[in-house]
Design a protein around this ligand. Structure first.
Ligand SMILES: Nc1ncnc2c1ncn2[C@@H]1O[C@H](COP(=O)(O)OP(=O)(O)O)[C@@H](O)[C@H]1O
Ligand SMILES: [Mg+2]
Length: 345
């Protein structure tokens, strides 16, 4: 099989100087205008993705993961969404400063995305082959015959056997796992530098989940992409990520290399998330579930947003937003109580 060529950088006019990081989000603040008031979805997110790295973004439902991914893709509906502050640097260039035409060029070619429910994003009336070849013709100016050949290769790369039959069928003829593979094939078709995977395995059963995770790991190796892997499930992130950031109510509360985060979590929220993971060896033991739920973006508590649910909280926590501090090299956390109090498991 012909190897799919990796040719980076591809689009010089939108590639800035850069500082080695593929993607750097700084102080990103996004709100939604509501009929009454507003929802503060992101409250100053900082996140860095390096080439070839898988960065896991983990947090409970409603914490701002999808707002982050759609904002990077330039797909936030504005209005009602409004970007109040921040930068999204891609190879040193702020994506938020690009024109819509430039963003469209970046989308798919430089930064591609797979979603939780691929069925929603596939055209049900267009054959699988047509959808992939159309994308290749549009983005890469390929001749039709070349695009057809490439589509077959891509399906093999993502592990869809019998690609000829798949290409001439419709999306509804594919199983859930196959649809996700097709979505991944489309995402990598233009050889992007960054793949954003927003809960790509959440709708799948455990066996398929593992297969898709293995596929993403393989693709990262082969195409040396940076992957932003989003999930509400810490165990899934543990399987795949090199680095992990924990998001709570629109703010990153802790970020570290995977091993560090799982062995020495600093933030009480991370510690409680880890305690709530089912432990196969202690089956039957009652899980420690974090009391309460993520506040909705219209009613973020003052001070540390986690303080009403936090077993360590003191008066200071309801009054002052904790600063994000680098406790060790590459390990940041935002909590007033670090080093002062501990959670007894
Ligand atoms: N279109 C919208 N209008 C108003 N609020 C929104 C909209 N989209 C998201 N939000 C709010 O932003 C917050 C984060 O949502 P989201 O990023 O989808 O969470 P997650 O993906 O982590 O489950 C939630 O409180 C949600 O209600
Ligand atoms: Mg989401």
């Amino acid at each position: 099989m012909k190897r799919i060529t990796v040719s980076k950088p591809k689009n010089e006019q939108i590639l800035g100087g850069g500082n080695g990081d593929l993607l750097e989000i700084r102080d990103l603040d996004v709100s939604f205008k509501l009929e009454r008031g507003s929802a503060q979805a992101l409250r100053g997110i900082d996140l860095t993705l390096k080439s070839g790295q898988i960065h896991g973004l983990v947090g409970e439902s409603g914490s701002g993961k999808t707002v982050t991914s759609t904002c990077i893709m330039g797909l936030l509906p504005m209005p009602p969404a409004k970007i109040n502050r921040g930068l999204i640097l891609y190879r040193g260039t702020d994506l938020l400063e690009l024109s819509e035409a430039e963003r469209r060029r970046t989308r798919g070619r430089e930064i591609a995305m797979v979603f939780q429910e691929p069925a929603k994003y596939l055209n049900p009336s267009l054959k699988v082959g047509e959808q992939i070849t159309e994308m290749l013709q549009l983005h890469l100016d390929m001749e039709r015959s070349e695009a057809v050949g490439r589509a077959g290769e891509l399906l093999e790369v993502v592990g869809l056997p019998n690609s000829r039959r798949v290409l001439s069928g419709y999306p509804h003829e594919l199983s859930g796992g196959m649809k996700q593979r097709m979505m991944i094939a489309m995402a990598i078709s233009c050889d992007p530098s960054i793949l954003i995977a927003d809960e790509p395995t959440t709708a799948l059963d455990v066996t398929l989940q593992l297969q898709i995770l293995k596929l993403i790991l393989r693709l990262r190796e082969r195409f040396s992409m940076g992957v932003l892997f989003i999930s509400h499930d810490l165990t899934v992130v543990h399987e795949i990520a090199d680095r992990v950031s924990v998001i709570y109510a629109g703010k990153i509360v802790e970020s570290a290399d995977r091993a560090r985060l799982f062995s020495e979590p600093l933030h009480p929220y991370t510690q409680l998330l880890l305690l709530s993971i089912p432990d196969a060896e202690k089956r039957g033991q009652r899980l420690k579930v974090i009391p309460g739920r993520v506040p909705d973006a219209e009613h973020i508590p003052g001070g540390c947003a986690f303080h009403p649910r936090c077993p360590l909280s003191e008066e200071l926590c309801s009054r002052e937003v904790p600063p994000t501090v680098e406790r060790r090299e590459g390990h940041t956390a935002a909590c007033h109580m670090i080093g002062k109090k501990w959670i007894n498991s």
